[in-house]
Ligand binder design. Structure first.
Ligand code: ADP
Ligand code: LRH
Length: 478
């Protein structure tokens, strides 16, 4: 039996989980969970990265003695270090407005079609590439000698060693998904210095050992190795989708919904680009072919505006509201920024001539119907664009705790949904560590282990999909 600490930082909370892995067992427990609260300062929206690091140290202390540590977090964001290796300012939040209007400038130098063909990444204003172009003339970037993506930054603080983990690097839009190496051509055309990045490392690679000061602070006995995992949380979550074979779609539901397929090669067609599908890199040469959907962020922001009512009260009320009265486009980047979410959702319904949801229950229902509809569209589009049919949809992440969302997703997709595990990213993180230490085999055998050991719930599709088709047409204006 071995124990692995999985540090998993989501946009809404961070957690340190402990995975105990035996030849035919995997048990996950939560050592520590802490809020991830972005902070608005005069310059814009920032991550409180020192608080997050403090949460990681608290978590490692609570975890107790482990055989290795792995870190994953949300994608695209980074910290800059100066020539002494010190952090230059708080990392900018991907929802910050600094990237507004930047894409158009980038496309004037490298057309969007060319960018997609070279990097396979969907357009999102926050891709690291656009963030770096937005920061081009800033004093901070001028003084920077190193750029570390968030999990790599925390790993550096834990170990003193620097690297750039590949799955997360693939979200920068500076990686070629065919060669799985840096795209020097794109970077040089946009004046981005790839020398800022530390050398690439891959899931399973050793990433140093905890520094003596970290051992002292956490009470752990050294040496404790840190192992590179799929450090993009979505890479780790997809590694923990308990699928059998290849004919499955997945939806990672949390702050975002990430809906798509696991493929063995990227899809770089023009049709795929205009449908805004991304090709991120996964474990063992796989590609995560998916679309970003605004996800439970829409609900998180409404709940915040309503003064934090309990979901256990709100969701049963939403279940009583008639289905599909009004839907919004849950893929619309207009919902990216924080603030005034109930009003923005009501405005979108009004603008498309639908009944305007008013009460928290009605707005919640509108959000869940809209998410299920966006899930349906992504699963349908992905199958068509990749020529890869599926029989089942796996839902993982925090949204698996929302039975209404899971059932609506099954109804909308017209396919069975298998929901679970909830802490998929942490489990994928643990599996990669266990594998690096010789305890688990390939991706498929890790998935079989999860199927045998984790709690999963199956939702069968109800009714026909005609009402969902009608709602989709309503959104498309048809
Ligand atoms: P992230 O990793 O992006 O921070 P999570 O995977 O932790 O997100 O999922 C967070 C979401 O899970 C919340 O926004 C909430 O909608 C949902 N969730 C969490 N707990 C519950 C619950 N008890 N019932 C229903 N939904 C829940
Ligand atoms: C989910 C996630 C997603 C990215 C977004 C920035 O946590 O990593 O895959 O697109 O954050």
């Amino acid at each position: 039996m071995k124990s692995y600490a999985a540090v998993d930082l989501g946009a809404s909370s961070g957690r340190v989980m402990v995975g105990r892995v035996g030849p035919d067992s995997l048990e996950l427990t939560e050592a520590h969970r802490f809020a991830n609260r972005p902070v608005r300062v005069p310059e814009g929206l920032r991550w409180d990265v020192l608080a997050l690091y403090g949460g990681v140290l608290d978590g490692l202390r609570a975890a107790g003695q482990v055989d290795s540590v792995g870190l994953d977090s949300w994608a695209v964001d980074y910290g800059l270090l100066d020539a002494d290796g010190a952090l230059l300012g708080n990392p900018v939040h991907y929802r910050d407005s600094r990237t507004e209007g930047v894409a158009e400038k980038v496309w004037a130098t490298v057309p969007a079609e060319r960018l997609y063909a070279a990097t396979g990444l969907q357009y999102a204003p926050f891709n690291t590439l656009y963030q770096l172009v937005a920061a081009r003339d800033s004093a901070q970037l001028g003084a920077a000698r190193r750029l570390l993506l968030i999990p790599d930054l925390l790993s550096y603080w834990l170990t003193g060693e620097q690297g750039t983990e590949l799955t997360n690097a693939s979200t920068t839009q500076l990686i070629d998904p065919r060669t799985r190496e840096w795209s020097y051509d794109i970077a040089s055309r946009l004046g981005i210095d790839l020398g800022l990045f530390a050398p690439l490392r891959r899931p399973g690679d050793p990433a140093g050992v905890l520094r003596p000061e970290v051992l002292e602070e956490t009470g752990l006995r050294g040496p404790v190795p840190v192992t590179a995992v799929g450090s993009h949380d979505t890479a780790s979550a997809v590694a923990a989708v308990p699928a059998d074979g290849e004919r499955f779609a997945y939806i990672c539901t949390g702050t975002w919904s990430l809906a798509g397929l696991e493929l063995d090669a990227p899809v770089l067609s023009e049709e795929s680009r205009s449908a805004n599908f991304t090709n991120e890199l996964g474990l063992d040469g796989t590609v995560r072919y998916l679309r970003n959907i605004m996800g439970l962020w829409l609900l998180q922001e409404c709940v915040r505006a309503w003064g934090d009512p309990e979901l256990s009260t709100l969701l049963p009320q939403a279940a009583q509201v008639p289905a599909l009265r009004s839907v919004v486009d849950a893929g619309d980047a207009a919902f990216l920024a924080p603030g005034r979410m109930p009003e923005r959702i009501a405005d979108a319904c009004r603008a498309s001539g639908q009944p305007v949801p008013e009460t928290p229950a009605e707005i919640t229902r509108c959000i869940l119907d809209s998410l299920a509809l966006a899930h349906r569209k992504a699963v349908e589009d992905a199958q068509r664009l990749a020529g890869h049919p599926v029989d089942v949809v796996h839902v993982v992440g925090g949204g698996t705790r929302n039975a209404l969302l899971c059932q609506l997703t099954a109804d909308a997709c017209g396919l069975p949904v298998v929901a679970g595990p909830t802490e998929a990213a942490a489990l994928g993180n643990v599996l990669v560590q266990a594998r690096a230490h010789g305890l688990v085999g390939d991706l498929a055998s890790g998935r079989r282990l999860l199927t045998r050991t984790q709690q999963l719930t199956r939702y069968e599709p109800r009714g026909d999909t005609a009402r969902w088709r009608e709602a989709q047409a309503r959104l498309a204006g048809g």
